[in-house]
Design a protein around this ligand. Structure first.
Ligand code: SAM
Length: 294
């Protein structure tokens, strides 16, 4: 047992040895910071609720640190990696495991829906678990959410401030259009903060693990999602302005400021409030009302 423990990829010595053996040097531009602490990985995997029935999609396996721990607990792991240089590395580090499939594609371009259909049985639960490349955390998560893929949970490591924005409550500095986009689809919870010291090389920022539970049924009724998200973006263009001022500038071709004020009042939203004080339910109410007039 001791021998297996010390042989895990996610240790400083093994990670360094793998990189040396394959003459692999990290690319900062791809957000390559590898985890070198098995305890952190175990915590992430436990927070994701992974067991022997779980199907997992990992984004960015790197040299396989998280992938290995996932393979030990899950039924099957499908991982997307953009860096072709990692092909021989992963073929060697993950060679002992027969429940892993690595797809060398950009997660932003891959046909994830078809891959899910091909790799997993219909109706089975699918979990995303990843130590995300920080330079594209938001585009990746928004793509996965907007595409309405059959995913049950996402447990993902990212820059601490981004996790705080995704899990924020109204009336806080972190609450904004990203918060609403994420919480429209999911219940979001920060699981833990992760220090820089558990990565090789160390990133410049502190990280957090965010757990997102996808809502099987949305708790707000939105009749036109495009309009809903447009209104939300418009409401946060100038954070310090009132919702009336932000929306009247954005929709100046379509509605007068005084009509806008009347409509907001009619649906019990004080026009002097700021975007950051307005809940998801209230944005749904605004967009459903605007649908009738814009
Ligand atoms: N999972 C490994 C770990 O925890 O040690 C590596 C995580 S590292 C923070 C991010 C990984 O994502 C890198 O391996 C990088 O090459 C990969 N990556 C970056 N952009 C990507 C993209 N668009 N699609 C798929 N993988 C990507």
């Amino acid at each position: 047992m001791k021998k297996i423990m010390t042989n895990f990829i996610a240790t400083p010595s093994r990670t360094q040895a793998i990189m040396k053996e394959h003459r692999f040097s990290v690319k900062k531009s791809l957000g390559q910071n590898f985890l070198i602490d098995v305890n952190i990985l175990t915590h992430i995997i436990d927070s994701a609720g992974i067991d022997s029935d779980s199907n997992v999609i990992e984004i960015g396996p790197g040299i396989g640190s998280l992938t290995e721990q996932l393979a030990l607990k899950a039924k099957k792991v499908v991982a997307f990696e953009i860096d072709q240089r990692l092909k021989p590395v992963l073929a060697s580090t993950l060679e002992p495991y027969d429940n892993i499939k690595i797809i060398f594609e950009d997660i932003l371009k891959a046909d994830i829906e078809s891959i899910i259909k091909n790799e997993f049985s219909p109706g089975e639960k699918i979990h995303i678990v990843a130590n995300l490349p920080y330079y594209i955390t938001t585009p990746i998560l928004l793509r996965l959410l907007h595409d309405k893929l059959p995913i049950d949970t996402m447990t993902v490591m990212m820059q601490k401030e981004v996790a705080e924005r995704m899990a924020a409550k109204p009336n806080t500095k972190a609450y904004g259009s990203l918060t609403i986009a994420v919480q429209y689809y999911t219940n979001a919870e920060i699981v833990m903060e992760v220090p820089r010291t558990v990565f090789l090389p160390q990133p410049n920022v502190t990280s957090s693990v965010l757990h997102l539970d996808l809502k099987a049924k949305k708790d707000v009724d939105v009749q036109d999602e495009n309009l809903f998200f447009e209104i939300i973006r418009a409401s946060f263009v100038h954070r310090r302005k009132t919702i009336l001022n932000n929306l009247s500038v954005f929709y100046k071709e379509k509605i007068t400021k005084s009509d806008l004020s009347l409509i907001l009042t009619e649906i019990d939203i004080d026009p002097k409030r700021r975007g950051e004080s307005i809940s998801i339910e209230e944005y749904a109410k605004i967009s459903n009302r605007f649908l009738k007039i814009l």
